[in-house]
Design a protein around this ligand. Structure first.
Ligand SMILES: CC(C)(COP(=O)(O)OP(=O)(O)OC[C@H]1O[C@@H](n2cnc3c(N)ncnc32)[C@H](O)[C@@H]1OP(=O)(O)O)[C@@H](O)C(=O)NCCC(=O)NCCS
Length: 189
């Protein structure tokens, strides 16, 4: 979406910056260098042309919000990963046993990647999730809940999201995924 195209969010360990065209090659190179990232983030390897189209889609599609992450602890504040959210209609009966099924607000599917191994275990993912969530709570109207879809074998991500207060919501055995939720507006549940 265009909401954040001029927005920079600064924390103590990382800086969230808009995903602009000039950063596409760097973003693409992470997946080429480490195909495990594709698996962990549920992505597929794109050609560089497709990656440019993807960047444009993240910039303009009103259901998508993304930032790249800079590691503030390095002298050149190097790019180290990304954080993003995909929005869809919140329907209460997806989350609680009830009759209601009419859309009432939004669900955000959140994803984070610290691609640079040298930037891991510094608390960057934790801080990025905190400041990104605060930004969404201020700027995305009627955001009811965040969902993280994590592979059962991805212990690092499970520990991270549990630490951030997400709770297990369901297991999807056929995809070997656990879905974690963070309810932002408890009055809706
Ligand atoms: C998962 C990932 C985002 C963690 O990023 P990170 O910046 O290294 O995480 P942080 O340093 O902020 O760690 C915060 C908490 O996460 C958990 N954690 C992170 N890495 C961990 C690991 N390798 N093993 C166990 N727990 C881990 C810990 O609870 C940690 O808190 P602690 O330091 O107090 O123990 C990173 O490893 C990554 O990008 N992996 C590949 C892509 C991916 O799996 N993305 C998630 C898709 S759902």
């Amino acid at each position: 979406m265009r909401l954040n195209e001029d927005v920079i969010i600064e924390g103590s360990k990382c800086i969230l910056v808009p995903y602009t065209k000039d950063l596409v090659e760097q973003y693409h190179s992470w997946f080429v260098a480490d195909p495990e990232l594709l698996d962990a983030t549920g992505s597929e390897l794109l050609t560089i042309e497709e990656e440019y189209e993807n960047q444009e889609s993240w910039r303009t599609d009103e259901s998508k919000l993304t930032f790249l992450i800079r590691d503030k602890t390095t002298s050149e504040q190097m790019l180290c990963g990304d954080i993003n959210c995909f929005f869809s209609d919140f329907e209460k009966d997806q989350f609680v046993d009830c009759e209601e099924s009419s859309p009432d607000g939004l669900v955000g599917e959140i994803n984070i990647m610290i691609a640079e191994k040298a930037s891991r275990r510094k608390g960057i993912a934790e801080e990025a999730l905190e400041i990104f969530t605060q930004y969404m709570q201020k700027n995305i109207v009627n955001l009811r809940v965040l969902v993280a879809k994590i592979q059962m074998k991805n212990k690092a991500s499970i520990r991270l999201f549990e630490k951030m207060g997400y709770v297990e919501f369901k297991r999807v055995e056929c995809f070997e995924e656990i879905h974690y939720v963070l309810k932002l507006d408890p009055s809706c549940f």
